[in-house]
Design a protein around this ligand. Structure first.
Ligand code: DX5
Ligand code: ZN
Length: 216
């Protein structure tokens, strides 16, 4: 069964505790937290103290998506802040540092995850496949919510699933960007198991119905 990971980027930053409670109440088990540094992406969102504060008020699986340069500098602190899954970008550092950062995350008992921007081919993920608990395929350019889903990422999703099945079949595949009731079934058909949804989730008239539909 697929799982939804509602993105609080589309929530109300003055009421994040309330939003997390609503996420649990709507039947979701995950919450997606977008961390942006104004350098890797042209936007700045939230950081370590906020993740720490959210951890204290929620039992949701915290799915922390770091859109920051050289994440190795910060992964330890995000692990200690309470991330359950910690995602770093393949494009954000050298291969050597990215491998080391994934190891550091795992050493803290947190699930290491790797994200690919739309322009990064599946093949680029090969050196990391055995080290990750999840691969996140961006279906928009990272940086902002509310963008249009890129259907042309679906072959990449299928390729990654095949590559993972050979060496790390338990690894999850996640999609992020433009996921709604129309695009979610396509993501699932192509192998996505965790579906991030920001705008579509928070806009839904009935979030319980929305979660059920995505997770069906
Ligand atoms: C974009 C973020 C996404 C964003 C998705 O850089 O990584 O997680 O919140 O938002 P929607 O679902 O509105 O495309
Ligand atoms: Zn995200």
């Amino acid at each position: 069964m697929a799982k939804i990971s509602p993105s609080i980027l589309a929530g109300d930053f003055a009421n994040l505790e309330r939003d997390l409670k609503n996420i649990s109440g709507s039947g979701a088990e995950w919450a997606h937290i977008d961390v942006m540094d104004g350098s890797f992406v042209p936007n700045i969102t939230i950081g370590i103290p906020v993740v720490e504060a959210l951890r204290k008020v929620s039992d949701l699986i915290l799915d922390v998506h770091l859109m920051i340069d050289r994440p190795i500098r910060y992964v330890e602190r995000f692990c200690k802040a309470g991330a359950d899954y910690l995602t770093i970008h393949l494009e954000a550092d050298t291969q050597e540092n990215t491998l080391a950062a994934l190891d550091m995350i795992a050493a803290h008992g947190v699930k290491p995850s790797l994200c690919l921007k739309p322009g990064t081919p599946a093949e680029a993920a090969r050196p990391y496949l055995e080290k990750v608990a999840m691969i996140l395929v961006m279906t928009v350019e990272p940086g902002f919510g509310g963008q249009t889903f890129m259907y042309d990422m679906m072959p990449k999703l299928r390729t990654l699933r095949q590559m993972l099945d050979e060496v790390n079949p338990g690894c999850l595949l996640e999609v992020d960007g433009g996921v709604d009731l129309k695009t979610a079934p396509i993501c699932k058909e192509n192998g996505a198991e965790i579906l991030v949804a920001g705008s579509a989730y928070f806009r839904a008239e009935d979030r319980k119905v929305f979660v059920k539909a995505i997770q069906a």
